[in-house]
Design a protein around this ligand. Structure first.
Ligand SMILES: [Zn+2]
Length: 95
């Protein structure tokens, strides 16, 4: 019987919430007003390249992987203002 109440609660929790904190239109820089140029910046990237050594002692790259570390920043391309709170919106709008 408690089980049935639990299911009802789970159903009401699943209601889709629209993200209200995200801008619906175009992003523009609150400092300089730029709405054209933007920069995505990553703290650091580790690139790993796998090589095979050939019989003559030379090396041939087999595969390259890059791993990203740290915070991804989203900045105004004109004045460098930190627009990271809009980063999720930006990623959704990259085509
Ligand atoms: Zn700016």
């Amino acid at each position: 019987m408690d089980n049935r109440i639990g299911k009802e609660q789970a159903r009401s929790v699943q209601k889709v919430q629209l993200p209200l904190h995200e801008p619906l239109g175009r992003i523009s820089c609150p400092r300089c007003g730029n709405s054209v140029n933007f920069v995505e910046q990553l703290e650091s990237v580790m690139v790993t390249t796998t090589y095979k050594q050939n019989t003559d002692g030379s090396f041939t790259p087999v595969e390259q992987n890059s791993d990203t570390y740290g915070e991804m920043s989203f900045l105004c391309g004109e004045c460098g203002y930190d627009l990271t709170p809009f980063h999720a919106h930006f990623r959704e709008m990259v085509f």
